[in-house]
Design a protein around this ligand. Structure first.
Ligand code: THU
Length: 135
């Protein structure tokens, strides 16, 4: 389990990122914060586009920031917090689960609000039997 100070910090950073989201089409602002194994924190928010399919999710933008800073070969994600503005229920979409899993270790967890309550889930719970190139 993640410590309560890490949990609170990640939720706060994710909430701050959500306030920066560009979501004029859905009005659904999402922020994400990643804690890496190396102890760094990265944030991302959703960035929509008038060509709707080009929308970028908060989690994947946070992952991109983490990769750009730490390097994709070494990056390991300890935890990801996903928060929508107003703490409306927001679980990570399937594509983001797959992208979190790409950089996951055995103890990677995802935090999100559901019905106003913080949930902590192992990525393996959110994406069971995930695709592997080699067994
Ligand atoms: N969204 C995210 O940022 N992350 C998710 O995991 C689910 C959905 C965004 C995309 C879009 O801008 C808005 O939420 C509504 O779907």
């Amino acid at each position: 389990m993640l410590s309560s100070s890490d949990t609170n910090h990640l939720l706060e950073v994710a909430e701050r990122a959500a306030s920066k989201a560009y979501a004029p089409f859905s009005s659904f602002r999402v922020g994400a914060a990643i804690l890496t194994k190396a102890g760094n924190c990265f944030m991302g928010c959703n960035v929509e586009n008038r060509s709707y399919g080009l929308t970028l999710c908060a989690e994947r933008n946070a992952i991109a920031a983490a990769v750009a800073s730490e390097g994709g070969e070494t990056l390991k994600i300890r935890a990801v917090a996903v928060v929508s503005q107003g703490r409306v229920t927001c679980t990570p979409c399937g594509a983001c689960r797959q992208c979190i899993d790409e950089f996951a270790g055995s103890d990677t967890v995802v935090l999100f609000y559901r019905d106003g309550q913080i949930q902590e889930r192992a990525i393996a719970q959110l994406l069971p039997d995930s695709f592997k190139l080699k067994s």
